[in-house]
Design a protein around this ligand. Structure first.
Ligand code: B12
Length: 347
């Protein structure tokens, strides 16, 4: 079981008190603490939970939710996964993820992916080196008739839900998700930037529409692309699977995105789809919208007919392209991801 520790600052935020109060509580022995080699106090998850419930401390709803999630994740990870995470051993983690998915283990899948993000493995790497190989293996098992369609659906749903939870946590970190108590409390009007101001700034930032073309139902890769965009500060409008090109044009006219990311998996496109694609590409060009395509289909020679501003073979290539072509410094970058993305990761 993974042991989760909190710092004095984190605990003070949970309890809505100053750090000195937390230190006083621990000096008084009200809450157990551990000290790092550097002399900093660390509080164990279970001690924090015991302290909160024993002393009737009111924790803000979203913080309590985070504590509950952390507890669930901590209970769902075995020691072996913890070691693999610390080592950043992607092959080992892939084997674990496949094992969890094949056994329909929802909590374990959630915990593993979420902790991989916390551990500092970049989102693009998680998709390219962990999720994609595992799901490609699932596809092979399905082709070999070792997995039924129903099982494959359950697996994809468990994975998708885990990915969406990462997306939701990221939104909270960006300050974009509404907080449960936000409707009742008054917003600060002084020098602190209010959520409203933050949102209006964010609204002006580069935005992206993420979508799959008509008849394309595979969208896990697209979710990866959308998370990469989100982690770099783009405002993501996730349109999702199987959208007819004409309808996409309407969405573009409404949203005025900076770019459109489209994912192709199925290797068979009808001649009409190629035609409609080309018309859509010209429409984007006319409106000055950058067009990026990606997905397994791009490995096929016949995909060369699909022109675009950039053809990404992976989420990492998308990340690199965005970093090279956009002034991302201006976007409200998610601090957690920003830090993560600077970590030199073995590729
Ligand atoms: C899950 C799955 C499904 C699910 C999808 C559900 C969903 N919500 O996504 C469902 C059940 C709907 C499905 C249906 C079908 N599927 Co299917 N499916 C899969 C499976 C097992 C996994 C797909 C997946 O999630 N991959 C994980 C992602 C992360 O990997 P990825 O797509 O390669 O994405 C990576 C990169 O390509 C890139 N990327 C992808 N998109 C984008 C976009 C951008 C902008 C960027 C930058 C990067 C990028 O980044 C990702 C991370 O590295 C694959 C097996 C496989 N090889 O992938 C078969 C597979 C794709 N399916 C296949 C088939 C045949 C079908 C069906 C025709 C089956 C049927 N007879 O009904 C239908 C077609 C549905 C349709 N019209 O779209 C075949 C495709 C063969 C082919 N070459 O055409 C595969 C390969 C299985 C196989 N071994 O034969 N499927």
């Amino acid at each position: 079981m993974m042991t989760q520790f909190f710092s004095t600052k984190e605990l003070s935020e949970f309890c809505a008190v100053g750090e000195t109060t937390v230190k006083r509580w621990s000096n008084m022995g009200l809450i157990r603490h551990h000290k790092t080699v550097g002399g900093h106090r660390k509080f164990k998850l279970e001690d924090v939970l015991e302290f909160i419930s024993k002393n009737n401390i009111t924790v803000p709803a979203e913080k309590l939710e985070r504590l509950t999630t952390e507890k669930k994740y901590a209970e769902s990870l075995d020691l072996n996964s913890e070691i693999l995470l610390v080592r950043g051993d992607l092959d080992g983690l892939g084997a674990k993820l496949l094992e969890h998915l094949l056994a329909f283990r929802k909590n374990e899948t959630d915990a593993l992916l979420s902790k991989a993000v916390d551990q500092g493995i970049p989102i693009a790497v998680i998709f390219d080196k962990l999720i994609a190989p595992v799901m490609h293996r699932v596809g092979e098992l399905w082709s070999e008739k070792k997995l039924g369609v129903g099982e494959e659906h359950i697996i994809t749903n468990i994975l998708t839900e885990a990915i969406l939870r990462i997306k939701a946590r990221n939104e909270v970190d960006l300050g974009l998700a509404p907080k449960p108590d936000e409707t009742t409390t008054t917003r600060p009007t002084d020098d602190v930037m209010s959520s409203d101001k933050f949102l209006s700034l964010y609204e002006k930032q580069a935005s992206v529409i993420c979508t799959c073309p008509e008849s394309e139902y595979h969208q896990v890769g697209l979710l990866g692309a959308s998370l990469v965009c989100q982690s770099l500060g783009f405002k993501v409008n996730y349109v999702g699977a199987a959208v007819p090109f004409k309808d996409l044009e309407h969405v573009v006219m409404e949203m005025h995105p900076t770019l459109v990311c489209m994912s192709f998996t199925i290797a068979k496109l009808s001649p009409a789809t190629y035609r409609r694609y080309e018309l859509f590409r010209k429409f984007l060009k006319k409106h000055g919208v950058r067009f990026i395509i990606g997905g397994q289909f791009l490995r096929e020679t016949k995909s060369q007919q699909l022109n675009a501003d950039f053809r990404a073979r992976s989420c990492s290539e998308l990340e690199q392209y965005l970093k090279e072509n956009f002034e991302l410094g201006k976007a409200p970058q998610n601090e957690r991801f920003a830090a993560i993305n600077t970590v030199a990761y073995a590729s």
